[in-house]
Design a protein around this ligand. Structure first.
Ligand code: PLP
Length: 451
């Protein structure tokens, strides 16, 4: 029964990013089934999953193609490693396909099991690259406040979540942070374009302060996700690109949530029109059916590491796992075969974004609407005219999310922003349902606040 599952869960399981004691008192929702865009809990309640799990089930739940690919691969070769001068067909075919989706400037990938691991691998790979290039002093990484790159020591250090840093004596030495480019909250009287340039130029100031000969890389999400969704002003990325080129600082894009079609392009950096040196990938690579991530390297980096690098003392038991690789390949078959990324760009994405703006532009609780393709956020605000945010924004967002659950909807709240990132497989009528339920959750929150 639900109560038994909740009691067993409370007895043994530490959850992610939650007050465990409060959760145990409330009892976790037990999710038992998923199909398409929908989830069901152990009480039989149905939810429209407006977050595609954790921005990952890009093809939706329960696709037989992915399930059959996993089964076939488990029967054929359930596991093998890359350590003994060995490889296997599933991983070779996946890599071939992956690079067919990327323009010519990328050539190699190091596979991992998650996004956090991809960013751990990033730290060592970038430092190794600069060693091989004869610049061993280039060791420092610059990330952004409120960026999120994972939960492990290195990845949480690259990220800029203060409360994560406080719990674990982070960041590790050699990681610095600059401002997040969130015009709505921090832009003041500057125009978005001016503010975008100002934020990017903080990177230049930081590089000059630390010394360009010491800075290895700048790491950021093309659009910021878990730290409160932020789409930077258009002026931001071209200026960042210019600065990284000028000082020969690697530009590392965390594509863990932006990759595999979320913005209507295969990768989010393509949407923002810049050219990173590395891409950290995970989530949508397998639509979350099985864990897999990776670090994609530019030709320049790969050539240095392969031609001149010798042994790179790095390896993971499950790197390029055959079952994960087979599922990833089947996932890409579905995404490509059904034209899901094109649909997000040309049809469902513009539809979602236009309807959101139509419904919420005048809403008293919604100060700003951001997003593109199949990802969007509503900024809840106390006073629309002055862009005044709530002092207790997490609490307000949390309430709105809870109303969503009551309405049979899963949306996420971070920093007072209500985020939606449904599966790319969503139809127009499912978008209508998503918006209808979101509207009701936001209205209920506004009513409680007397707005
Ligand atoms: N990078 C970004 C941008 C993420 O959003 C996440 C997770 O949400 C990660 C990295 C970490 O990925 P994982 O949870 O697979 O370790």
């Amino acid at each position: 029964s639900t109560a038994e599952y909740q009691a067993m869960d409370a007895a043994h399981h530490i959850h992610a990013f939650l007050d465990q004691k409060a959760l145990n008192e409330e009892g976790a929702r037990v999710i038992t089934r998923g199909q398409g865009l929908y989830l069901w809990d152990s009480e039989g309640k149905k939810y429209l999953d407006g977050m595609s799990g954790l921005w990952c089930t890009n093809v939706g739940y329960g696709r037989p193609e992915l399930i059959e690919a996993a089964t076939r691969q488990l029967q054929q070769l359930s596991y093998y490693n890359m350590f003994f001068h060995t490889t296997h067909p599933a991983v070779v075919e996946l890599s071939e396909r992956l690079f067919s989706l990327l323009p010519g400037s990328y050539s190699h990938v190091i596979y991992t099991n998650s996004g956090s691991e991809a960013n751990e691998v990033l730290i060592r790979t970038v430092r190794r690259f600069w060693d091989v290039m004869g610049q061993p002093d280039k060791k420092i990484f610059i990330g952004r406040h409120n960026g999120y790159h994972g939960s492990t020591v290195g990845s949480a250090s690259l990220g800029g979540m203060a409360f994560m840093h406080e719990m674990g004596n982070l960041p590790i030495p050699g990681v610095e942070h600059i401002a997040e480019p969130y015009w709505y909250a921090h832009g003041g009287k500057l125009s978005p374009a001016e503010f975008g340039l100002k934020c990017a130029q903080e990177l230049e100031a930081k590089i000059l302060q630390l010394g360009a000969d010491k800075v290895a890389a700048f790491v950021a999400e093309p659009f910021q996700g878990a730290g409160g969704m932020i789409f930077p002003p258009e002026s931001y990325w071209p200026e960042i690109q210019r600065i990284c080129k000028k000082y020969d600082v690697l530009l590392c894009a965390d594509e863990v949530i932006g990759g595999f079609g979320r913005t209507g392009e295969w990768f989010a950096h393509q949407h923002f029109d810049f050219q990173p040196d590395t891409l950290s990938i995970a989530k949508g690579l397998t639509s979350g059916y099985i864990p897999m991530g990776g670090l994609v390297l530019s030709r320049r980096m790969a050539e240095a590491l392969v031609a001149k690098g010798g042994v790179f003392a790095h390896g993971l038991t499950y790197s390029g796992h055959p079952v994960a690789a087979a599922v990833a390949l089947a996932n890409l078959d579905v995404l490509q075969g059904e034209g899901m990324v094109e649909a997000v760009k040309q049809d469902t994405g513009p539809y979602l974004q236009a309807c959101l703006r139509q419904i919420f532009a005048e809403h008293p609780l919604v100060g700003d609407i951001q997003g593109t393709g199949m990802v969007a956020a509503l900024q809840l605000c106390e006073d629309k005219a002055s862009r005044q945010l709530f002092a207790n924004e997490d609490d307000i967002g949390w309430r709105c999310r809870t109303h969503g659950f009551d309405e049979g909807l899963i949306i996420r709240s971070t920093h007072g922003r209500m985020i939606m990132a449904p599966a790319l497989a969503i139809t127009r009528s499912e978008i209508d349902e998503l918006l209808d339920k979101t509207r009701r959750a936001v209205d209920r929150t506004a009513q409680e606040l007397g707005l």
